[in-house]
Write a protein that binds this ligand. Structure first.
Ligand SMILES: NC(=O)c1ccc[n+]([C@@H]2O[C@H](COP(=O)([O-])OP(=O)(O)OC[C@H]3O[C@@H](n4cnc5c(N)ncnc54)[C@H](O)[C@@H]3O)[C@@H](O)[C@H]2O)c1
Length: 463
């Protein structure tokens, strides 16, 4: 079966870029990305490509090529479902904030709503693809909803988790390490798998397209994120040991990374990982394990999160201690608010927690991030619900230039590894700062020797 029409429900960080690339590489397939969020869809349709709702290097070029040709963004969910032969569910699956599994389990209400809507609208057979990251066995629930509330048409469920990393999404989509497709091992299931394989085969070499059963595919995504986050927490745990012993974490990372069994990636110690996925997916894994009575498994993975929280706390405590045990009334500049470079995504960013802890200590925070707006920063901070919003407004200031953020600052913390931070005139910054001028490099990206030669007191992580 050759797919001619695709719908994707959810025009977020995954749905938008993923479907843009599928449309770019398959000019004969009509791809419609739908969302309930009208502003988001309006932004996707903005003629000014600088105003797309998410920032990803080179995303604008792909959208420019495909939009209006075979790529469409719309709020008409029903129409897009009715028309499509293949429907991707790419909605958010955040950690539950209420009821059973609160703070741990994935909230599947948005996914279930999609399933019910597809069942209600569909009057012809559909292949439904789980693109969102979901707990293992979710396909069973989706199948049950579709079959029990549908119009008697046939639904095949596939799992096709997305492995893109924000900041490098377009490259990851263009040359993926692998594409994973899980499906039922029945005749109908195999045909559905093949239909999706054909979509990807337009640009992905066949040997990089992996097909499995549904549960392996669902679990592989959680596992991949757990392993990646575990590496960060592992190296971060050792950064504390380095600081206590005189070892240097960069040297240790390099030494172990040259072992081909370990490999050099994801061994950079930092203030901690953020992003919408790692914490959520590990908590979900912990919850599933605990629900199945696998307490030791749950505790093992939970430690990855606890270590990440510890690293953030340790970073702030270290700042306060170095700043003579008080930051009250001091100006502290934060460079970076996004959870990593080359994205405007701030979900679970370490910067939010660092700012929150510093505001607890009554520090005056001036933030500069090249891609994040003040309203986003305020909403991130207010979401923590630590104190009245007026207080956040009083203590947190967004600056439109790094030099104004740093003017008169007692200290600066680097919280995102934006490349431009290394290109600043640090002598000029030094001259503008209070003395002694402290740099807390939460990403280990600046040149320690150069900064110390200027006169800064430099504190990296793990040295
Ligand atoms: N962000 C990443 O880097 C990444 C990577 C891999 C996988 N994932 C997974 O992909 C999924 C989506 O993540 P995201 O970052 O794109 O989320 P997102 O919040 O950016 O986007 C989700 C979108 O879905 C829309 N939506 C929710 N319910 C809807 C409905 N019923 N009808 C229409 N639209 C609806 C929301 O309005 C929102 O715009 C999650 O499960 C996530 O874990 C994310």
């Amino acid at each position: 079966m050759k797919i001619k029409s695709i719908c994707c429900i959810g025009a977020g960080y995954v749905g938008g870029p993923t479907m843009s690339v599928i449309a770019q590489k398959n000019p004969n397939i009509k791809v419609t990305v739908v969302d309930l969020n009208e502003q988001r869809i309006a932004d996707w349709n903005n003629v000014d490509l600088n105003k797309l709702p998410i920032y990803e290097p080179k995303l604008d070029e792909v959208v420019a090529e495909a939009r209006g040709r075979n790529l469409f963004f719309s709020t008409n969910v029903d129409e897009a479902i009715a028309e499509a032969e293949m429907i991707f569910i790419s909605v958010n699956t955040p950690t539950k904030t209420y009821g059973a599994g609160k703070g741990m389990a994935a909230d599947l209400k948005y996914v279930e709503l999609c399933a019910r809507q597809i069942a209600r609208i569909a009057t012809s057979d559909k292949i439904v693809v789980e693109k969102s990251t979901l707990p293992v066995k979710t396909a069973e629930a989706i199948q049950s909803i579709l079959d029990n509330t549908g119009n008697g048409v046939n639904f095949q469920i596939l799992s096709n988790p997305e492995f893109l990393a924000e900041g490098t999404a377009m490259r990851d989509l263009a040359i993926p390490d692998r594409v994973l497709i899980g499906g039922n091992q029945t005749e109908g299931g195999k045909l559905a798998i093949q239909a999706l394989v054909d979509v990807y085969a337009s640009w992905v070499p066949k040997e990089n397209i992996l097909t499995t059963n549904l549960w392996s595919s669902e679990l592989s995504k959680l596992t991949a994120n757990a392993f990646l986050a575990q590496r960060i927490s592992s190296i971060n745990s050792l950064s504390a040991l380095c600081e206590a012993t005189g070892a240097n974490i960069s040297e240790v990372s390099k030494a172990i990374g040259m072992d081909s069994r370990i490999g050099p990636k994801f061994l950079q110690s930092s203030v901690g990982f953020g992003g919408s996925c790692f914490q959520k997916d590990i908590l979900n894994l912990v919850y599933i394990s605990r629900s199945l009575g696998l307490i030791e498994v749950a505790d093992y993975w939970h430690q990855v999160i606890l270590m990440n929280n510890y690293q953030r706390d340790r970073f702030v405590k270290n700042m306060i201690k170095t700043l003579y045990n008080t930051v009250s009334g001091k100006n502290i500049a934060l460079l970076g608010w996004a959870f990593k470079k080359d994205t405007n995504d701030t979900r679970e960013s370490a910067a939010i927690y660092v700012a929150d802890m510093l505001i607890d200590e009554q520090a005056i925070i001036k933030v500069y991030d090249p891609k994040v707006t003040r309203s986003q920063m305020m909403s991130d901070l207010n979401y923590l619900n630590t104190r009245p919003e007026e207080e956040n407004t009083k203590y947190l200031h967004n600056e439109t230039s790094p030099y104004s953020a740093l003017n008169g600052a007692h200290a600066v913390a680097i919280l995102t590894e934006w490349d431009e931070f290394t290109t600043y005139d640090w002598q000029r910054i030094y001259d503008q700062m209070q003395k002694p001028a402290f740099i807390f490099d939460g990403r280990n990206v600046l040149n320690q020797q150069q900064l110390e030669a200027i006169g800064f007191v430099y504190k990296g992580i793990g040295s």
